[in-house]
Design a protein around this ligand. Structure first.
Ligand SMILES: *Cc1c(COP(=O)(O)O)cnc(C)c1O
Length: 402
C-alpha cells in the first residue's frame, strides 16, 4: 500500500525536532551540523532571533489578505530588491518553480507585447534545474525530470553549458531569450564561466533576446554577493529568486526591468498567496540581516576558510573527494567514491550535506556560520574520509582473503 505521504522522495530515516543556528537536533538528542541548510534555504540558520521575532510579530497582526489589496510589506520588499539589483519591478511567488514560471511567462509576453509573438523559445542548458512544474521541467529538459509527464509545453532548446558557438547557432527567428543558472545547483555546482555569461549578454543585446537568470539557489548572498551574476559584471533582463530570500519561509520572486516586464499588465498573472504579509515580514527580515555592512564579506571569508580546508582534504583523500568547486558558500565536492556513500559517511559523523548531479555533494551552510563551524565541518569531513578509507582497505583485505 502507498504511504500517506506520496513517496516521491528517497528520504534519510532521520527527523529533527529543533534547530539552533547551524545545528539541528533530533528528538533523541543527537546533534547534526547542517551544511545543507534545507537546500540553500535556511540562509540565516535555524531559529535566527530576528526572523523569529519579525515572523511572530506579523503572525499576531495579519497573515493573509490576497493580492486584491495593497500589501505594504510587499511594496517595501520590492522597493529594496529594486534598489539593490538591475530590476525595476518584482512579482512575488511561494517557490522557485513559480518564480521561474513567471520569468518564462514574462519573456514570452514581452515579445508578444512588442509584436513578435513568433518569439517564444528559450535556449536553456544541459544539466539545468528550474523546478518541477511542467514548464520548468521542460526548460531543464532532463529525462529524469520529464519521463512520463509528457506532452510538455514546447519551446525550450537545451545546449551544452559554456558552448557559446552552440548557443549562437541555436538562435532562430523564434528565440525569445536565454535561460541560465549562473551556477548550476542540482546539476552539481557547475559554474558558468563569467566570460560565458558576458558573451550571452552580448548575444542577447545583438539579437534583441531576453537574458534570464535563475538565481533561486545562487541568490540572496549565497556566493558572497547579493546575486551571483554580480561576479560576472553583467545583469539579466529577468531573474527568478527563492530559497535563501525566505530563510525557510516559502518565498520566491521574479524580478524584471521595465522593458522586459512590458507585457505583465493588470490581469496577466497572479498568485493567491504570493507575497502575503507573513512571507513579506520574513523576506524583509532576511534582507535586514544580509544587507548589513560586512555581511557578504563575512560570507566570502568563511568561504575562503572552508576552501582552504577542502584543498587539504582533496590532497589527502583524493581517492574519495577528488576536487571541489563553486563560489562563496555554494561548494560542490566532486566525489571519486560514490557520492551517496560519501554522504552516508558524512551523516555517520553528524554532518548534513546535499547530493547533486555529476557525482557531487553540495555544501550549502547557513551564511551565518563562523570559523568554529567551518572547523567543525572540516573535522567531520576528515573523519568520514578516514572511515571510508578504512572500509575500502577492509574490502581489499576481505577480497584478497576471498
Ligand atoms: C530549487 C530550485 C528551483 C525550484 O525551486 P522550488 O522552490 O523547489 O520550486 C528552481 N531553480 C533552481 C536553480 C533551484 O535550485
Amino acid at each position: 500500500m502507498i504511504s500517506p505521504v506520496m513517496p516521491t522522495y528517497g528520504r534519510a530515516d532521520l527527523s529533527f525536532e529543533r534547530g539552533e543556528g547551524a545545528y539541528l537536533k533530533t528528538a533523541d538528542g543527537r546533534r547534526f551540523l547542517d551544511f545543507g541548510a534545507g537546500v540553500a534555504v535556511n540562509s540565516l540558520g535555524h531559529a535566527h532571533p530576528h526572523l523569529v521575532s519579525e515572523l511572530t510579530k506579523q503572525a499576531g497582526l495579519l497573515w493573509h489578505t490576497s493580492n486584491l489589496y495593497r500589501i505594504p510589506g510587499q511594496e517595501k520588499l520590492a522597493q529594496r530588491l529594486v534598489e539593490h539589483s538591475f530590476a525595476d519591478t518584482v512579482f512575488f511567488t511561494n517557490s522557485g518553480a513559480e518564480a521561474m514560471e513567471c520569468a518564462i511567462k514574462t519573456a514570452r509576453k514581452y515579445h508578444s507585447a512588442v509584436g513578435n509573438s513568433e518569439k517564444y523559445r528559450l535556449i536553456t542548458f544541459e544539466g539545468a534545474f528550474h523546478g518541477r512544474t511542467l514548464a520548468t521541467i521542460a526548460a531543464a529538459g532532463q529525462e529524469k525530470l520529464t519521463a512520463g509527464f509528457g506532452p510538455l509545453p514546447p519551446g525550450f532548446d537545451p545546449i551544452s553549458l559554456g558552448d557559446i558557438e552552440a548557443v549562437n547557432s541555436a538562435v532562430t527567428d523564434e528565440t525569445a531569450g536565454i535561460l541560465i543558472e549562473p551556477i548550476q545547483g542540482e546539476g552539481g555546482i557547475r559554474v558558468a564561466p563569467p566570460e560565458f555569461l558576458r558573451a550571452l549578454r552580448a548575444l542577447c543585446d545583438d539579437e534583441g533576446l531576453l537574458l534570464i537568470f535563475d538565481e533561486v539557489q545562487t541568490g540572496a548572498g549565497r556566493t558572497g554577493k547579493l546575486f551571483a551574476h554580480e561576479w560576472a559584471g553583467v545583469t539579466p533582463d529577468i531573474m527568478g529568486i527563492a530559497k535563501g530570500i525566505g530563510g525557510g519561509f516559502p518565498l520566491g520572486a521574479c524580478l524584471a526591468t521595465t522593458e522586459a516586464a512590458k507585457g505583465m499588465t493588470v490581469g496577466t498573472h497572479g498568485s493567491t498567496y504570493g507575497g502575503n504579509p507573513l512571507a513579506m515580514a520574513v523576506g524583509n527580515a532576511v534582507l535586514d540581516v544580509i544587507l548589513e555592512d560586512g555581511f557578504f564579506d563575512h560570507v566570502s571569508q568563511m568561504a575562503g576558510r572552508l576552501t582552504q580546508g577542502l584543498a587539504m582534504v582533496v590532497e589527502t583523500y583524493g581517492d574519495i573527494i577528488e576536487d571541489f568547486r563553486g563560489a562563496g558558500l555554494m561548494v560542490g565536492l566532486k566525489c571519486r567514491a560514490e557520492n551517496i556513500a560519501v554522504r552516508q559517511a558524512f551523516l555517520d559523523q553528524g554532518l548534513l550535506v546535499v547530493p547533486a548531479g555529476d557525482n557531487t555533494l553540495r555544501l550549502l551552510p547557513p551564511l551565518i556560520i563562523d570559523e568554529s563551524h567551518v572547523g567543525d565541518a572540516l573535522g567531520r569531513i576528515e573523519k568520514a574520509c578516514i572511515a571510508l578509507k578504512a572500509a575500502k582497505e577492509g574490502d581489499k583485505i576481505g577480497s584478497a582473503d576471498g
